[in-house]
Ligand binder design. Structure first.
Ligand code: AGP
Length: 368
């Protein structure tokens, strides 16, 4: 029975799980940040520095939001450790007869630890001698057992079909993995320290975003009439756009499509009209001017823009602004994803959807 007591005063499990994120992230970080040596400790990996240096490639495998979190992870590993990294849907990987590279670290990403495609990928990798670790929330689950070692997500139980706190902890765990892999290579002590401190500040920053729930609700409600939306993000924020679109589709049933900003003019800009809002991710990084340009291009065609940003944007640049606190640029995707969860939930609530149990979906896809 998941009655009022379990909801702890929240209107639904989705709201509860979104609200639990500061604590969930604290648990993910607990005992894993090494401030003395400006690195991280992931006990479950059981790899010594020489083994870690032997990793020549990293491939994240997962389904749905776990796959998008893997894309965030691939970006972090490549940027901080300078190891080529990518993510692939596990359901594709298992059937395309992939080359299994003994120097690649495969990371199976799953909240439930029971997703059939992800489990099958792990089994195939093990049969072929691949080095695979899990990034799993549920201890004792099939994927956790099959992998034998990895990084537990420690998000606590997730009931709502739409994954929120587990996805955040996936991204946080991959930032720790990227720092670990980076610090046995070329990531400096100073950068290691900057990132460890950035990780420590995440729970507080997420709490600040959650305080803006009412403001985000107002903005979301204004878009409840839209039949379709774009989610736009480039480089670090491209997977965040994909995850934002996924969350909106899943719980509100509004069609949403994610695009890298650079691709807009190659086709999708033709769809921009006053009826087609775009949610644009604008991190305060070296590509800020480019993202400001993207907003101008959309608005020049009459498209309403919701900017999600940790930057100071010129007044009137966007129709609406969802602000998040500033963090280290590499960690910004983790924070920028949070207002998108609230945005999707409020839109879905405004439309009267059952946000915890969207139609046609199961919490974990254990059969094909
Ligand atoms: C997320 O909101 C979705 N419900 C879905 O994409 C989910 O992330 C996917 O099915 C993977 O589940 P898992 O993490 O339990 O493997």
């Amino acid at each position: 029975d998941t009655g009022d007591y379990a909801l702890g005063g929240h209107p639904d499990f989705l709201a509860k799980e979104i609200a639990e994120q500061p604590d969930a992230v604290r648990r993910a970080l607990a005992g894993r940040l090494d401030t003395r040596f400006a690195t991280t400790r992931l006990g479950g990996l059981e790899l010594d520095p020489r083994d870690l240096r032997g990793v020549r490639r990293v491939l994240f495998l997962g389904c749905g939001s776990a796959y998008y979190a893997g894309e965030i992870g691939a970006g972090l590993v490549e940027e901080l450790a300078r190891i080529p990294a990518a993510a692939e849907p596990a359901g594709e990987f298992r059937y395309r007869n992939p080359v299994v590279d003994p120097d690649c670290l495969y990371v199976a990403v799953s909240q439930s630890g029971e997703t059939a495609d992800t489990l099958a990928s792990v089994q195939e990798l093990r049969r072929k001698g691949g080095r695979v670790i899990g990034a799993v929330n549920v201890i004792g689950s099939a994927i956790a057992r099959e992998c034998g070692n990895g990084i537990f997500l420690h998000s606590g139980p997730e009931v709502s079909v739409a994954s929120t706190k587990a996805v955040t902890n996936m991204a946080v765990s991959f930032a720790m993995l990227a720092v670990l892999l980076g610090r046995v290579r070329d990531l400096s002590v100073a950068d290691g320290r900057r990132l460890v401190e950035g990780l420590q500040s995440l729970p507080g920053h997420i709490a600040e975003i959650l305080e803006r729930d009412g403001e985000i609700a107002e903005i979301a409600k204004r878009h409840a009439g839209a039949s379709s939306m774009f989610f736009v993000g480039r480089t670090r924020c491209r997977p965040v756009a994909r995850e934002g679109a996924q969350k909106l589709k899943e719980i509100s049933y509004i069609h949403a499509e994610a695009y890298p900003a650079s691709e807009l003019k190659h086709g999708p800009l033709a769809l921009v009209t006053p009826e087609m809002p775009s949610v644009v991710l604008v991190p305060d990084d070296e590509l800020l001017a480019k993202n400001v340009g993207t907003i101008e291009q959309i608005r020049a065609r009459g498209g309403p823009v919701v900017a999600v940003t940790d930057a100071e944007l010129p007044d009137g640049l966007a129709d609406d602004v969802l602000r998040v606190p500033r963090t280290e640029p590499e960690l910004a995707p983790i924070l920028l994803a949070v207002p998108l969860q609230l945005f999707a939930r409020h839109l879905a609530v405004a439309l009267g959807r059952d946000v915890d149990k969207p139609r046609n979906l199961a919490k974990s896809v254990t059969v094909e």
